[in-house]
Design a protein around this ligand. Structure first.
Ligand code: DX5
Ligand code: ZN
Length: 218
């Protein structure tokens, strides 16, 4: 079993010192930075937009994994690409023409991801699997950090891994929401490639130790 990539979410960091949050991630051994963009419409919370991503970009050389929890994400693809996103992930529930939006993301030269909330079945995104670089399985209802995990969602990870095995696409499988040392173990066993962690990461006294445990090294 390969080691998962760890993607701490800055949503749980101190917004008055996000460069400090980036530094904590850089020194922890985590590979990616997860950036949660919320519009107060698709999800019941507002976080930040493309300017924040652009302002943070010069302060990190790590992969920027931008998770758009916004309606009609096509309107913002260009802006997030120019801001320095590496992966741009949209929700299939956020608009009708997801395929068009994924094409637009690839048109900017960026990696494209599709995400599903806990109530959306994998079958809903099956036609899109050949066109994505990442599938983000939400393991909580998106909108807030610090929520308890919905473990039934791991079944979708198993299904996505089996679909990839059978040649339906070539994508990373990511999980997001309620990931900590113990839920990470179940996620790894289900076959994830990327673990997003907000509360558990920024709440950990020793972040390097936490990252090792999320990876299953100790
Ligand atoms: C939830 C966000 C998550 C969130 C995860 O809507 O998409 O990325 O920051 O936070 P934790 O790890 O605290 O559940
Ligand atoms: Zn997220």
């Amino acid at each position: 079993m390969h080691l998962p990539i760890i993607a701490p979410s800055v949503l749980a960091a101190d917004f008055s010192s996000l460069t400090g949050g980036l530094a904590l991630i850089a020194s922890s051994g985590a590979e990616w930075i997860h950036l949660d963009v919320m519009d107060g419409c698709f999800v019941p919370n507002i976080s930040f937009g493309p300017k924040m991503v652009g302002d943070l970009r010069p302060h990190s050389s790590q992969i920027f994994d931008v998770h758009l929890m916004i309606r009609n994400p096509l309107n913002f693809v260009e802006e997030f690409a120019q801001a320095g996103a590496d992966y741009i992930t949209i929700h299939v529930e956020a608009g009708v023409h997801s395929h068009r939006t994924l094409q637009a993301i690839h048109g900017t030269g960026k990696k494209a991801g599709i995400s599903i909330v806990p109530s959306t079945p994998v079958s809903f995104i099956e036609p899109l699997l050949p066109f994505v670089d990442l599938v983000l399985v939400m393991t909580v209802n998106p909108g807030y950090g610090g929520q308890p995990i919905i473990p039934e969602c791991f079944e979708k990870v198993r299904a996505l891994a089996a679909m990839r095995e059978s040649g339906k696409g070539d994508y990373l499988i990511s999980v997001d929401g309620g990931i900590n040392e113990s839920t990470a173990k179940t996620a790894r066993e289900a076959g994830v490639d990327v673990l997003v962690a907000g509360t558990s990461f920024f709440g950990a006294a020793d972040k390097a130790v936490l990252v090792g445990r999320l990876k299953g090294l100790s």
